[in-house]
Design a binder for this molecule. Structure first.
Ligand SMILES: O=c1ccn([C@@H]2O[C@H](COP(=O)(O)O)[C@@H](O)[C@H]2O)c(=O)[nH]1
Length: 233
């Protein structure tokens, strides 16, 4: 399957998001609504963006005790979402409970396990008590997630080649940490690749926020990234 683009809609207001969505309607399928927009505008905003014709990736990165996460999945099941994230470091019991709730309430939902945030490097991991290198920790958490019933992961594109060797072929690998050539550095993302590199590595989807949102023309920036993705297939 060709790699597809997901726009991370990380802006403060609906008014700021509206012209960006208007420009991308018809060319872009997936929009990621994350903590910034969800905490400000809530479930109604998810419904509103879906009503505009976009598929929704709800990136809430759930991480709590198993019962609480399972109940959150049940509550979110009434929303028009196609993907939802939880943190794999919540452990096997939490992921199994979340997946059981998904099967019972919204079987078509793809639950994605966030492995190691793309803003973390080895030094950052070590500060949290994780001695493993990021790629080793991603492999460990990725295998645990798939073993717990999940069919998709969020990781850096740098880890995709190794995960493709280790995991079943149908596992969806969603990769933020994308920076177009010449745009690397100067922000919080640490484990990065260009769109074309991520596609060649085997990402199912790439997630891009600021390189599109802060571009003089978000529509042109997104079109360029989509052309880069098509050029790799
Ligand atoms: O490990 C992760 C998990 C999620 N994200 C999210 O992706 C986007 C990336 O946005 P950029 O502006 O392109 O950096 C953002 O919404 C993050 O919450 C991630 O970056 N890394």
């Amino acid at each position: 399957m060709p790699t597809d683009l997901i726009l991370a809609l990380d802006v403060p207001t609906r008014e700021e998001a509206a012209p960006i969505l208007r420009q991308l309607r018809g060319s872009l399928r997936w929009v990621k609504i994350g903590l910034q927009m969800f905490t400000a505008h809530g479930p109604d905003y998810v419904r509103a963006v879906a009503d505009e014709g976009f598929d929704i990736f709800l990136d809430l990165k759930l991480h709590d005790i198993p019962n609480t996460v399972a109940k959150a999945v049940e509550s979110l099941a009434s929303l028009p979402i196609g993907m939802l994230t939880l943190h794999t470091c919540g452990g096997r019991e939490m992921m199994t409970a979340a997946d059981a709730a998904r099967r019972a309430t919204k079987p078509g939902l793809l639950l994605l396990g966030v492995t190691v945030l793309t803003s973390m490097n080895a030094a950052g991991l070590a500060e949290t008590g994780v001695a493993a290198a990021p790629d080793a920790q991603v492999s460990r958490l990725g295998r645990l997630a798939i073993d717990s019933g999940l069919r998709g992961l969020v990781c850096s594109p740098l880890e995709v080649t190794a995960l493709r060797r280790e995991l079943p072929a149908d596992v969806q690998l969603v990769t933020p940490g994308i920076r177009p050539a010449g745009e690397a550095g100067g922000d919080d993302q640490k484990r990065i690749m260009t769109p074309a590199e991520a596609a060649r590595a085997g990402s199912s989807y790439i997630v891009v926020g600021r390189p599109i949102l802060k571009a003089p023309s978000p529509a042109e920036a997104a079109a360029k990234i989509m052309a880069d993705l098509r050029g790799t297939k």
